[in-house]
Design a protein around this ligand. Structure first.
Ligand SMILES: [Zn+2]
Ligand SMILES: [Zn+2]
Length: 368
């Protein structure tokens, strides 16, 4: 498996800002999303790499650790034994995955590293995915399909990373401790073992399916019910749909972050919607009955004679469902008077006649 630097996976520099990383991630996700590239294993592979790179680089804490090279970027925090800096290549997928599932293969090897954390059960990582919704879907709720890249224990070796019929062996270099010491006495420095990268075991005959990593990448498909009333950036939690736990640990959660398209007609105003409704000059002057859009279709609205620019009328209960099931908001219709840029000759004549009969000076009081 090729070693890839997470920054180059996203095509950004090491000094990239959070914004740049987000932007690069979003662009690549669009490009390689399995929904857009059906039956294209290469695109799927790229998609997974991109998601992984973002999982690490998009999280300031994990990114710091990755930059220091001290971390298995795909573990959920156990990190290198003893937390020692340097020592193993955090950018290599095989290292990463063998750390992710390596715990399952310890057998009687006993705890490794100072904290012995690799032998404890560990909760799976949380995953995050994004979903784009139309304005109407966000308002009324919708069922959407999601493709989520995740890891699963390799079925060939059942997560051990060793070829079936063989088993991982205690690392001869560190005797299973996972750390190496340099120097003596007070001045010794512990580092992750250079042979086993801190796992305490080595695999002599790697599993052909997962190349010794113990894990395979899969894309899980879910149908998710998006509740009514979500907004741009809402996070929906799907408990237990994250990555599997280690050593019998709980699986992580899946967070679905919603992106909501703007509507050309409806604008959100708190729990209500607002619609700008143009009126002709005669409609504003004389009033009348007009049609206005609602979420369900259209309704008739009475415009009183002498309606002024900016006047608002509301239809109660026609707005979006309120969160918590407390009925629905309103739609506010804001009247704006439609003033044409140019007049036809006929209109010009009519305006001339109008100005003759409506010749008061409304600005007189400004100078009183
Ligand atoms: Zn395997
Ligand atoms: Zn070792």
């Amino acid at each position: 498996m090729a070693t890839k630097d997470l920054y180059s996976v996203l095509g950004v520099g090491k000094k990239a800002s959070v914004e740049e990383i987000k932007k690069a991630h979003r662009k690549l996700v669009r490009q390689y999303h399995p929904d857009r590239n059906p039956n294209d294993p290469k695109a799927e592979e790229r998609f997974k790499e991109v998601q992984h790179a973002y999982d690490v680089l998009g999280d300031p804490e994990k990114r710091k650790q990755y930059d220091r090279g001290a971390m298995n970027p795909f573990g959920s925090g156990a990190g290198a034994p003893g937390g020692a800096a340097g020592g193993f290549d955090a950018g290599s997928f095989s290292d990463i995955l063998s750390n992710l599932f390596g715990g399952a293969s310890k057998g009687g090897g006993g705890p490794t590293g100072r904290g012995g954390s690799t032998s404890r059960s560990e909760r799976g990582r949380d995953l995050e995915t994004e979903v784009s919704l139309s304005f109407e879907q966000a308002v009324e709720g919708a069922q959407v399909s999601l493709s989520v890249p995740t890891s699963a224990a390799c079925t060939t070796c059942r997560g051990t990373g060793a070829k079936p019929g063989t088993a991982p062996k205690v690392c001869p270099k560190c005797n299973g401790r996972g750390v190496e010491s340099q120097g003596q006495g007070l001045f010794s420095i512990s580092q992750p073992c250079s042979r086993c990268h801190g796992s305490g075991t080595v695999i002599e005959d790697p599993c052909p399916t997962c190349k010794g990593t113990g894990a395979t990448r899969t894309v899980k498909k879910y149908k998710v019910n998006i509740p009514a009333g979500v907004r741009e950036g809402s996070r929906i939690r799907l408990a237990g749909k994250g990555e599997p736990g280690r050593q019998g640990g709980q699986p992580g959660d899946l967070f679905v972050v919603t992106h909501v398209e703007d509507s050309p007609v409806f604008k959100r105003k708190g729990e209500n919607l607002e619609v700008e409704v143009p009126l002709t000059i005669p409609e504003a002057l004389r009033g009348g009955e007009i049609e206005v859009p609602t979420l369900a279709g259209r309704k008739r609205l009475r415009v009183p004679p002498g309606t002024k620019h900016g006047t608002v009328q509301r239809l109660r209960g026609e707005g979006p469902p309120r969160l918590g099931g407390k009925g629905r908001g309103d739609i506010h219709y804001r009247f704006v008077i439609d003033v044409p840029d140019q007049l036809t000759r006929e209109q010009e004549k009519a305006v001339e006649q109008l100005s003759e009969v409506m010749n008061g000076n409304p600005r007189a009081r400004l100078f009183a």
